[in-house]
Design a protein around this ligand. Structure first.
Ligand code: NOJ
Length: 494
């Protein structure tokens, strides 16, 4: 295995070497690292916290997690947050991206009982960050809906949950108004909806392909917009912070020069990123999504489109609900048009009608789909600028997964170097307004359906040790040095 990793690293270092941008990062460019409550905190039922859909999912369906693990303890950050903050400080970072667990603050999910112990935990965490001069970047929803709201209301398939999210957001804005200025409403709505309420491989595991995911998408977007307006109307003037939704996408590179494949790559981006970004940045769903889902729905015998429409009032209400564009990005694929599938059961995949593949020479992360293609990020950043205008872009996640957990993680260093170089290219060559880069992740964590078998941390965590000892990998010192020098090579130019 070691030999394989070495070959991988040599290959990739060689590939990236002559492409690394040797300009300094701009003076006001910010660096951070990210993680999320359900993946690191543990303390799943401590001090009044109740079950989230993820706690429930792993407790009731252990077979859905490859190593049958749970989030019960995870990295034990509920008790060891001071160690996490010390690591962030040692790396010289500007930001620490973390999330608040809804069920720790509001154990019933409803705004009826505030759990003071939960509030104290986050207050202490923010105080610790303040003491070392690191700014928190706070996600309000990183996939961990209180299970009560799934049981009683059907979770994100019910619009009432959007109102409840807005109540929870208002409470957090009020509770943490002196601690937090950089807010994120919802993380990766595509995964929340497609994987949670479409294919069902992530919690809550609802299988409703081509139907549930669109209903969920509408509710999640409305939830985001409600929280944005509450922030705008009631807190912005005093908090003076900023708020956005994090949307993720891989880059779709056309599989050939043909018009069909060019269109297919664009269509893929519209069905993944545009589905969530268009309502916020442009207004309404992307036209190609509206047209294709309506057309197939009709042929399938539905009396209206499976994509629930926004009213004119809602379109206006959602449009413009951003202070910056927050992007999670990991990998790239090639995209080819496929012939439309025969009409049958509704399916998101058939609505999109694009086949994806990876070039065999592209290095891989922990899974076959995880292809390491730094130029894909540059293409994506340019596409974002072209599609949504000259908006400030904040990269809220980027990083490499592997399944070895190896400490000499040269392949991760090469990944960061390549992707950060793509950021510099986009800033200096393409004029992209990119202000921030956040690496996923500071520590190994619970990686959803992959449990503790995928490693993305710059710090290794020993999950068999009750102390959950954190030990820096080679990438931690590389990243620390990069942040200090603001440079990706031995010597940089202005
Ligand atoms: C995106 C998600 O936001 C995060 O929770 C996850 O762990 C990373 N991708 C890495 O897989």
């Amino acid at each position: 295995m070691k030999v394989l990793v070495l070959v991988f690293s040599l290959f990739y270092v060689g590939l990236a070497d002559d492409e690394i941008n040797s300009r300094y990062f701009p003076k006001n460019f910010k660096f951070g690292v990210a993680n999320a409550a359900p993946q690191i905190e543990g303390g799943w039922n401590e001090d009044g916290k109740t079950e989230s859909i993820w706690d429930h999912f792993v407790h009731t369906h252990p077979e859905k997690i490859v190593d049958r693990s749970t989030l019960d303890i995870a990295c034990d950050s509920y008790h060891k947050y001071k160690e996490d903050v010390a690591m962030v400080k040692a790396m010289g970072l500007d930001y620490y991206r973390l999330s608040i667990a809804w069920a720790r603050i509001l154990p019933t999910g409803y705004p009826d009982k505030v759990n003071q112990a939960g509030v104290r935990y986050y207050k202490n965490l923010f105080a610790e960050l303040k003491a070392v001069n690191v700014e928190p970047m706070v996600t309000l929803y990183h996939w961990d809906l209180p299970q009560t709201l799934e049981d009683q209301l059907g979770g994100w398939l019910n619009e009432t949950v959007a109102d409840l999210f807005a109540e929870y957001a208002r409470l957090c804005f009020e509770l943490f108004k002196d601690d937090v200025k950089m807010w994120i409403t919802i993380n990766e709505p595509k995964q929340v909806c497609q994987a949670g309420y479409g294919t069902g491989y992530l919690a809550p595991g609802v299988v409703s392909n081509g139907v549930g995911e669109y209903i969920c998408a509408r509710n999640v977007i409305l939830a985001h917009a409600k929280a944005y307006h509450i922030y705008d109307d009631e807190f912005r003037a005093t908090n003076q912070g900023r708020i956005a939704m994090v949307i993720d996408t891989s880059w779709s590179e056309p599989g050939s020069d043909s018009e069909e494949d060019q269109e297919a790559a664009e269509r893929m981006l519209q069905f993944t990123f545009g589905l969530y970004a268009n309502p916020i940045f442009i207004g309404n769903w992307p036209q190609v999504v509206i047209d294709r889902v309506a057309q197939r729905s009709e042929l399938e015998g539905f009396t209206s489109s499976r994509l629930p429409p926004f009213t004119d009032e809602e379109i206006a209400y959602v449009k413009g609900t951003y202070d910056y564009l927050a992007l999670n990005h990991y990998f790239t694929h090639m995209a080819n048009a496929t012939a439309d599938s025969p009409i049958g059961d509704p399916s998101y995949g058939n609505d999109v009608s694009v086949s994806t593949w990876r070039r065999p020479e592209w290095p891989r992360g922990a899974a076959e789909y995880f292809s390491v293609v730094p130029w894909g990020l540059r293409h994506l950043l340019v596409w974002l600028k072209k599609t949504y205008g000259d908006v400030e872009i904040v990269i809220t996640e980027n990083g490499l997964s592997d399944n070895t957990g190896i400490m000499e993680d040269d392949h991760r260093i090469s990944y960061f170097q390549g992707y950060l170089s793509a950021c510099l290219d986009a800033i200096y060559e393409d004029g992209v307004n990119l202000s921030t880069y956040t690496a996923w992740s500071i520590i190994d964590d619970f990686e959803w359906e992959n449990g503790y078998t995928f490693f993305l941390g710059m710090y290794y965590v020993n999950f068999t040790d009750p102390e959950r000892t954190r030990i820096p990998r080679k990438s931690a010192s590389w990243f620390t040095n990069m942040v200090a020098t603001r440079c990706l090579v031995d010597a940089c130019t202005e």
